[in-house]
Design a protein around this ligand. Structure first.
Ligand code: NAD
Ligand code: TDX
Length: 350
């Protein structure tokens, strides 16, 4: 094997697509997936590749320094792609401390382990996966570029902004080779049904209310998860050390328009009367500190590498809806247990 690659958070939504892509497209790499398997991590996301000879899973908590150091001692990684995080904005409002521990302290443990390898004369690239939310909120006009000043508003985005700053500090101060990318909202198969699109799909299937925050006027840029995984692969191999790359879908949607489109897709797939799912839309209390609009300029990545999003939104949404309809067991498994009490707290007792 030429390279040993650590992917943290590889049992989660985006991480599982990145793991699959690396295991399949880079058979010469040993791919080590290290994940704590929180409510969001699920090895069922990876059953198709779990027996591949170049894949290994390790249950590990990035907040536990000893576990991190032991893993690095064992594998001496050439490349670390860091996705493990607490990722849901609403949970960061109800439990901010967890986000500080995982997203900030967990990242520092990985940076320190990479630095120890650097000190031992080994070149390790630390690739940090981040979000467009670090830039704050846009008005009606404009796009986030890589030079937009940071202005995070939620405990989630503040924890991700903090980790981005620490990654840059390890680059400038300790000479650690790093690269960062900041991506817009992902959608696709395997996303935990607390995020808008899979939550709405699940609620439509079960004829539950679709909670739309505020008036549904907030705007997000949506990217199919495999387009993000492809960008990560390209940046890991061709990104300039110390650089940041924005990744986006050129695909802005007002939440209410997106939900109405999804309702039409689901009516069609479920053989329901046209307009039936739209009747489930329920406007609820707005999210605290709800950012109005995110939009990304990914021209640096396109100019340097030629990457562009490949998946058309209508087709991507249809594939996503089909995946959840065909994987009712997956959906049922993840919404029972821990999530059931969270869902009740969040949506039933409000
Ligand atoms: P996710 O919540 O689906 O998955 C996170 C994974 O991290 C899970 O497998 C979980 O078990 C693991 N994890 C959590 N805490 C851990 C710990 N202490 N130790 C080890 N593993 C731990 O998240 P996602 O949506 O796939 O996001 C992945 C990354 O991409 C995150 O860093 C997130 O900030 C970033 N990101 C997400 C989006 C998006 O739209 N989902 C967009 C841009 C950036
Ligand atoms: O029930 C809901 N109703 C609703 O109106 C939920 C869950 C969300 N929303 C709104 C809030 C947002 O404007 O929909 C939009 C999308 O919400 P989320 O799916 O929670 O995503 P967002 O808060 O935009 O953050 C996501 O994109 C950036 C990911 O969760 C982050 O991890 C990523 O960094």
């Amino acid at each position: 094997m030429k390279q040993t690659v650590l992917i943290t958070g590889g049992a989660g939504f985006i991480g599982s697509h990145v793991v699959r892509r690396f295991v399949r497209n880079h058979p010469e790499y040993l791919v080590v997936n290290a994940d704590k398997l929180t409510y969001a991590g699920n090895l069922a996301n990876l059953t198709d590749i779990e027996k591949m000879p170049n894949y290994i899973f390790h249950k590990m908590d990035i907040v536990n320094r000893r576990e991190v150091d032991e893993l690095f001692e064992k594998y001496r990684f050439n490349l670390v792609i860091h996705l493990a995080a607490e990722s849901h904005v609403d949970r960061s409002i109800s439990s901010p401390d967890l986000f500080i521990h995982t997203n900030i302290l967990g990242t520092v443990n990985l940076l320190n382990a990479c630095r120890a390898q650097l000190t031992a004369g080994e070149d390790t690239l630390f690739y940090h996966i981040s979000t467009d939310e670090v830039y704050g909120s846009l008005g009606a006009e404009g796009l986030f570029t890589e030079t937009t000043p940071y202005d995070p508003r939620s405990p989630y985005s503040a924890s991700k902004a903090s980790s981005d700053h620490l990654v840059r500090a390890w680059f400038h101060t300790f000479g650690l080779p790093v690269v960062i990318s900041n991506c817009s909202n992902n959608y696709g198969p395997n996303q935990f049904p607390e995020k808008l699109i899979p939550l709405a799909i699940n609620n439509i299937i079960n004829r539950h209310e679709i909670p739309v925050y505020g008036k549904g006027e907030n705007i997000r840029d949506w990217l199919y998860v495999e387009d993000h995984a492809e960008a990560i692969d390209i940046i890991a191999h061709n990104g300039k050390r110390g650089n940041t790359y924005n990744i986006g879908g050129n695909n802005e949607w007002k939440n209410i328009d997106l939900i109405k489109l999804l309702c039409r897709v689901m009516d069609d797939k479920l053989g329901r009367r046209s307009g039936e799912s739209e009747e489930l839309i329920t406007f609820v209390k707005d999210r605290a500190g709800h950012d109005l609009r995110y939009a990304i300029d990914s021209s640096r990545l396109t100019a340097e590498t030629g990457w562009v999003p490949r998946h058309d939104f209508a087709a991507g949404l249809a594939v996503t809806a089909d995946w959840y309809l065909e994987n009712s067991r997956w959906l049922q498994d993840v919404i029972s247990g821990d999530y059931a009490s969270y869902y009740e707290e969040q949506y039933i007792k409000r």
